[in-house]
Design a protein around this ligand. Structure first.
Ligand code: JFZ
Length: 591
């Protein structure tokens, strides 16, 4: 038996015996341990909005399924009637939990109450709940809590604390309750939010986390009170970043985004398999299992958690398209889970051209998305490799390491089979005697490309600058021509390079500003040009944000060594909506 397997079995037998100590104070690191080791969870959006499933009065309503009440401005009295039609007789908690477990997921976060205000559990604090207001009369959260216990998964609750379109004192419903000045948010918090959060943390056993959302206009005091309440009732329960005012235990990045660069805090990205969270019968835009597997690996390689959503129907069935994809992810996880669970981020500050890296003490896991036909060379690993193998079948791989003139290991070459063993993500495990030491400076890659990402630049901001990195690592709101960027990097092979600027469109390609004049300088060489659409490129791990390539000209580097390159706008036209949305500068070797 492999040592990791023995360790897992030991943990599995020991964990339930450990008493649940209700120590009054618990450090955030105690709460975070299971969660950062888990890396992969299931999000479930389920509510009475699955009855209309995206259509109201014969019309398709734009946007996400769970937003139909707001998008359709459906009056509370009409929307309430959906409860009487909600009867998910096919709901089977054990089946849902086994779908998650077989996918390799370690926790489930389910909507206990979404923005529509309907409680999906038996609530004494409001009769507007699944037990009292639907013909179903069962409490699915009780059944899920039991099934999670049986299967060793943590149960967590999503709770919409700010928006509640059912309540006159909450925010968001401006069609039934347009009089903002008549709203008393404290009354809503005291009469609904606090009692319901109390119920969720008192009646369902140990809860992994509460996923608060869209903090909106909450005051610091309101956010603090909620976070404190959770920790007081269950000291080991995490509070999501969307409780507001930075008071959560971790950060949730924007939906369907995958952070890059160094995250300051543990983080999670919520992701949809199609385009909606709550079930919509006409949404058939399913991501492939390959995209999901690569997103999971990429999120892990950046030290984050991947929370993948399913939207069960009003009958209580997880769509077959989701089940099929999760089964494929599960097959990959069964063979490669060691490279995901309890791993840490890529030790290199940049992503490699062929894929991503995760790590554990004494191990590097190379997730190869683009399988090279002639072996794989990696620069910058300074530690001696003891063994290299394919993680899925333990087949050993031949390798050699090259030293610099100064006697430092600088390059690793792996011999690989001609065919990718796994078309989605073939994982190569490298073993070391201790932590793997790597060169953290930017350098030209073995394929000759020099990639200079925005998140590794020094940004020189001018007074009043609004430029900042978003959670994808893209520079956004760069609207001042006085801001400029600079990179230091190492060139390993001299030659001529095509200089390209990679900028990002907004989600689904909606919105992008070109027309900026920019200059790039490298020593005495300068190229300049206009940001224009010379072609698109897909980011395979983030298919919603297409990249736009601008060709800027050519540069030569005659000697290997250290260089610095600057990017200075000469003009950014006024009136743009997005500014210069820089992803990276790429120097591509001229063939
Ligand atoms: C919120 C909800 O409104 C939505 O219905 C769903 O539950 C989702 C998981 O969370 O939507 C958001 C919240 C935050 C961002 C985007 C969508 N964000 O920060 O980019």
């Amino acid at each position: 038996m492999r040592p990791t397997l023995i360790l897992l079995l030991t943990l599995a037998t020991v964990a339930p015996l450990r008493p649940q100590v209700a120590a009054p104070a618990s450090a955030p690191s105690d709460r975070l341990q299971w969660w950062t080791e888990a890396r992969f969870g299931m999000f479930i959006h389920w509510g009475i909005y699955t009855v209309p499933a995206g259509e109201w009065e014969g019309r398709e309503i734009d946007g996400q399924g769970e937003w139909i009440m707001k998008r359709g401005k459906i009056p509370v009295r009409e929307y309430e009637e959906l409860a009487g039609q909600f009867n998910p007789v096919k709901f089977d908690a054990e089946r849902w939990v086994s779908i998650a477990r077989n996918a390799g997921m370690k926790y489930i976060t389910i909507t206990a109450k979404h923005h529509d205000g309907f409680a999906m559990y038996g609530s004494k604090a409001s009769p507007y709940n699944i037990v009292d207001a639907t013909p179903f009369h069962r409490d699915p959260m009780k059944e899920l809590a039991a099934a999670c216990q049986r299967n060793g998964l943590k149960l967590s609750f999503y709770y919409s604390q700010t928006q509640d379109w059912h309540e006159p004192d909450s925010v968001g419903n401006d069609w039934d309750f347009p009089n903002e000045s008549a709203k008393n948010s404290e009354r809503y918090y005291d009469q609904k939010v606090i009692p319901q959060v109390r119920e969720l943390l008192s009646n369902y056993g140990p809860i992994g986390l509460i996923w608060f959302d869209t903090p909106g206009n909450m005051t610091v005091e309101q956010s603090q009170k909620l976070a404190d309440l959770v920790h007081q009732l269950q000291p080991l329960c995490l509070v999501s970043g969307r409780v507001g005012h930075g008071l959560g235990d971790y950060d949730s990045v924007g939906d369907n985004q995958i952070s890059v660069g160094t995250a300051k805090r543990p983080w999670e990205t919520p992701v949809t398999i199609n385009d909606t969270w709550g079930f919509k019968k006409n949404d058939q835009n399913w991501k492939s299992a390959q995209v999901l597997i690569r997103q999971l690996a990429t999120t892990s390689s950046r030290g984050g958690n991947y929370l993948l959503n399913v939207g069960p129907t009003s009958e209580g069935v997880i769509p077959q398209e989701s089940v099929d994809r999760l089964a494929d992810v599960g097959k990959w996880m069964a063979a490669n889970g060691e490279s995901i669970y309890a791993t840490s981020a890529n030790p290199f500050p940049y992503q490699l051209p062929w894929g991503v890296i995760t790590t554990k003490p004494g191990r590097l896991y190379l997730h190869v998305f683009q399988w090279p036909r002639t072996g794989l060379t990696i620069y910058g690993i300074h530690s001696k490799v003891l063994k290299a193998s394919l993680l899925a079948n333990h087949a050993a791989l031949r390798f050699s390491q090259r030293e610099s003139q100064a006697g430092e290991l600088v390059s690793l070459k792996l011999s690989l089979p001609a065919q990718a063993p796994d078309p989605n993500d073939s994982v190569i495990a490298l073993e070391f005697a201790g932590p793997a030491e790597v060169d953290s400076s930017l350098q030209q890659q073995p394929d000759g490309t020099i990639a200079l990402p925005a998140y590794l630049s020094q940004l020189h901001k001018s007074p009043g600058s609004t430029a900042q990195l978003d959670s994808r690592g893209v520079m956004e709101r760069w609207t001042k021509a006085q801001d400029w960027m600079e990179w230091n990097f190492k060139v390993n092979a001299a030659g001529a390079f095509d200089v390209e600027l990679i900028t990002s469109q907004q989600k689904y390609g909606r919105g992008w500003d070109g027309g900026q004049h920019v200059a790039l300088e490298l020593g005495s060489q300068k190229v300049s040009g206009v940001v224009a659409d010379n072609g698109k490129e897909d980011n395979p791990s983030n298919p919603y944000w297409p990249y736009v390539i601008s060709k800027m000209g050519r540069m030569r580097v005659d000697k290997v060594g250290k260089y610095s390159l600057s990017l200075k706008p000469e003009d950014i036209p006024a009136g743009g909506n997005y500014g210069l949305t820089l992803v990276s500068v790429r120097l591509a070797p001229v063939k």
